[in-house]
Design a protein around this ligand. Structure first.
Ligand code: NAP
Length: 302
């Protein structure tokens, strides 16, 4: 079995990105807007900040209260749109349910939409435009496969999950790269059959250890990419919402992160598999900064 180690891939790509930043006349700037104080979001933002700093990108975080008025957020987005030195703007998701996510994201200038989630970027991907920004997780999946030389073109690929943020853009980008993609969702009656027939299975459903050997051939030819990030107790029975439990005190309490794939159950029968943590997660962060460098290239002169 080959481990699709996202940390190793990230380290390799990091060097390339740092060199690219050094060529710029000024450091690219990513502005992150966070609404509320979710532990999970804090952890993700911390990782983005840390990675950005190691490659020389400035990451600024604007933290707003979770009861902030939508008009105030829109005002901040407009201001960041106009600030010449801000290259990319990201609204950290999820945001409180009372807020209109689509409307707020669409307030971001498409040229600064580093996450590729504005309607303009979605439409431009739909038209297959090369300059379209690919959402970070989808790009992370693509780059993880590419880094480990897993062929995509002409391969049967099952994508489990169809969310606008993860499943759908991942399916789109794999299709654009020649994959024969079948998307499965919660109402798909034959997900097991589709998974068994596929060369690559990408799992993004948010259900701890869902994918077991029943979905995987035992011939050692399939590749599994586990996008899921689920915080569970030691017994794995209870799902803990809204927490990313990776610090030492959490581990001491027996809490841990697991993917949507039962890694232990399938690892001996697959060709290759990404772990959780350490698989798609680091690649998502990497992809975000690849997006930033690409869009900022258009804003900056060398
Ligand atoms: P989501 O919005 O809850 O979407 C889940 C999707 O899975 C839905 O499309 C749902 O179908 C589908 N689904 C649920 N049960 C299924 C089943 N039994 N078989 C097939 N499909 C099923 O979640 P999300 O935002 O896409 O996130 C998915 C997972 O990825 C989560 O664990 C999340 O934490 C993780 N994630 C990881 C990263 C990363 O960087 N690694 C980034 C973002 C998210 P319906 O549409 O029919 O409801």
């Amino acid at each position: 079995m080959m481990l699709l180690d996202g940390k190793a891939a990230q380290d390799a790509i990091k060097q390339k990105l740092a060199k690219e930043v050094q060529k710029r006349t000024r450091p690219p700037v990513l502005a992150i807007i966070q609404i509320g104080d979710r532990a999970e979001s804090n952890a993700y933002i911390e990782r983005k900040k840390k990675f950005g700093e190691t490659i020389g990108v400035t990451v600024s975080v604007l933290r707003l209260q979770d009861d902030v008025a939508e008009s105030v957020i829109e005002g901040h987005i407009q201001r960041l749109n106009q600030e010449i030195e801000v290259d990319g703007i990201l609204l950290q998701l999820p945001i409180p349910k009372e807020l209109d996510r689509t409307r707020l994201i669409d307030g971001i200038l498409p040229a600064k939409d580093v996450d590729g989630l504005t309607s303009t970027q979605i439409a431009s991907r739909g038209r297959g435009e090369l300059r379209a920004v690919i959402p970070a997780t989808a790009r992370g999946v693509l780059e993880l496969l590419t880094f480990y030389n897993i062929p995509i073109s002409g391969k049967k690929i099952a994508v489990l999950g169809r969310s606008a943020l993860v499943g759908t853009p991942t399916a789109d980008v794999l299709r654009q790269n020649g994959g024969l993609v079948t998307v499965c969702h919660s109402k798909t009656p034959n997900t097991q059959e589709i998974s068994l027939e596929s060369d690559i299975i990408v799992v993004a459903i948010g259900r701890p250890k869902f994918l077991t050997h029943k979905y995987v051939r035992s011939d050692g030819t399939q590749t599994i990419v586990d996008v899921g990030i689920n915080a569970v107790t030691e017994t794995g029975e209870e799902r803990l919402e809204d927490q990313v439990l990776l610090n030492s005190s959490d581990k001491a309490q027996g809490n841990k992160l697991v993917g949507d794939v039962d890694f232990e159950d399938v690892q001996s029968i697959v060709h290759s598999i990404s772990p959780v943590p350490g698989g798609v997660g680091p690649m998502t962060v990497t992809a975000l900064f690849e997006n930033l460098l690409e869009i900022s290239k258009k804003h900056q002169e060398y």
